[in-house]
Design a protein around this ligand. Structure first.
Ligand code: S3P
Length: 462
């Protein structure tokens, strides 16, 4: 039987009647935080990471490198990772638990694939449904011994490293996690490793390898398919990585500002890596008033400020070639489409079904509950917008942080409020989200779990 303590707290996100307004520094980029710690673990000497995201996913990364024998000193969002090269990595005494982090369970196998020890990884229920053959097969082709549940397709997985040979690999699915895994292994392989990506995926791993003195090159269309090559390195040298604010977290406030009347937000120090800013391009096409100002770069990553104002939006289409640049923001795109004039079409996004939840199915449920007309496809969705907005609705987040935050934005833009069943899962990427949203004018009422619905207690955040 389920007890109250097993049930996460939910919340009702109420209409933001005075608009979403103000300036906000969003927390550090999740993808860059993971990679700074993982590459820091094999750096030659201590690496200071500032602006590090403190969330459930990235805490799991710190725990993982500690389990691999690497010392990490923590002070708020500043970490010092005491890397001692690949030789400093040691066999973990126990199974590594990646919690809900897909990036962690896909990148660690590449990091350890050249080390002659056993590394077993698993994670929560959502992780144990994530496809893993896409990383295990190329690592096996490079020479590592790999296995996993259901014939090497699902976690738990195990890797025993070996002497590796370089590989030429074609990614079937455009995935930065898979690309990064192979590139990390390639840093310790004999000869060149080449990964063909059918669409440009986030390139934080490549940028950090170059920043640390490694050789990495990309050939192909600057914003299309291409081949990334990496060569073995003796050692990596970095002293400091400054993690910029996460554009994927900023995206919730950007879309809230566009959809809620009388809104204007300013988001300084946000990562503006072009492989991550697809949502800004798509929203601009829809008529969004978004102003981007580039600032000085933070180490290998471009950074700047994004301002957004309430806007009337018109429908647009997003196809396969654009998907990777806004993969985590597609649920927000679908919500923006739900308030745009006309029918928007998303295609080539079947990967959304293999994220923390089946995000196409979950968004179909969310939009239908708002009264928006949608047609769900195997790899996308048609959304016919309602420029007059929606009354309210309900969100089953499926314990997916991004779905819960999309529900918050939908509630702020509604006339009566949107109930989200679980806001605790937001801690996976943005533990302070509800307070940050409240500081900008997004009111919510927490619904604490109780066995008796009539006694459900609540508290208001404004
Ligand atoms: C990530 C890559 C993306 C993204 C995920 C983070 C990364 O996954 O959805 O949230 O840090 O490399 P895929 O590369 O598998 O699409």
């Amino acid at each position: 039987m389920m007890t109250v303590s097993d049930v996460p707290a939910g919340a009702v996100f109420l209409p933001a009647t005075d608009g979403i307004k103000g300036t906000l520094q969003v927390p550090g980029d999740k993808s860059v935080s993971h990679r700074a710690v993982l590459l820091g673990a094999v750096n030659s000497g201590p690496l200071t990471v500032t602006g590090f995201l403190r969330s459930a996913d990235t805490r799991a990364t710190v725990a993982a490198v500690r389990a691999l024998g690497v010392e990490v000193a923590e002070q708020g969002d500043r970490l010092v990772v005491h890397g001692r090269g690949w030789e400093g990595l040691a066999e973990p005494e126990d199974v590594i638990d990646v919690a809900d982090s897909g990036t962690l369970i896909r990148l660690v196998p590449g990091l350890v694939a050249s080390r002659d020890f056993l590394c077993i990884l698993t994670g929560d229920a959502s992780i144990r449904r994530r496809p893993m053959a896409r990383v295990l097969q190329p690592l096996a082709a490079m020479g590592a011994s790999v296995t996993g549940r259901r014939g090497g397709t699902l976690p738990p997985i195990a890797v025993r490293g070996a002497l590796l040979k370089g590989l030429t690999h074609h990614l079937e699915v455009a995935s930065a996690q898979v690309k990064s895994c192979i590139l990390l292994a390639g840093l310790r392989a004999h000869g060149e490793t080449a990964v063909y990506e059918p669409a440009l995926c986030r390139d934080h791993t490549e940028r950090l390898i170059g920043y640390a003195g490694g050789r990495v090159e990309r050939e192909g269309a600057p914003d299309g398919p291409g081949t990334v090559r990496v060569w073995p390195v003796e050692s990596l040298h970095m002293e400091h990585v400054a993690v910029p604010g996460d554009i994927s977290s900023a995206a919730f406030f950007i879309v809230a500002a566009l959809l809620v009347p009388d809104s204007e937000v300013r988001l300084p120090n946000v990562g503006l890596n072009p492989t991550r800013t697809g949502l800004l391009k798509v929203l601009a096409r829809m008529g969004a008033q978004i102003h981007v100002e580039q600032g000085p770069p933070a180490g290998p990553e471009p950074v700047g400020q994004v301002c957004a104002h309430t806007s009337d939006l018109t429908a647009t289409d997003v196809d396969r070639s654009e998907v990777p640049a806004l993969i985590d923001e597609l649920p927000l795109f679908l919500l923006a489409a739900a308030k745009a004039r006309g029918t928007s079409r998303l295609r080539g996004a079947a990967e959304l079904r293999a994220k923390e939840s089946d995000r196409l199915r979950a968004m179909a449920g969310l939009l239908t509950s708002l009264g928006v007309e949608i047609v769900e496809h195997s790899d996308g969705m048609d959304v016919t917008g309602r420029p007059d907005g929606w009354q309210g609705g309900q969100v089953a987040s499926h314990a997916d942080h991004r779905l819960a935050m999309v529900g918050a934005v939908a509630g702020a833009a509604s006339r009566k409020g949107v109930q989200v069943d679980d806001v605790e899962c937001i801690g996976v990427s943005y533990p302070g989200f509800v307070d940050a949203f409240a500081a900008l004018g997004g009111t919510s009422r927490t619904v604490h779990p109780t066995t008796d619905a009539s006694r459900a207690c609540s508290e208001v955040h404004t």
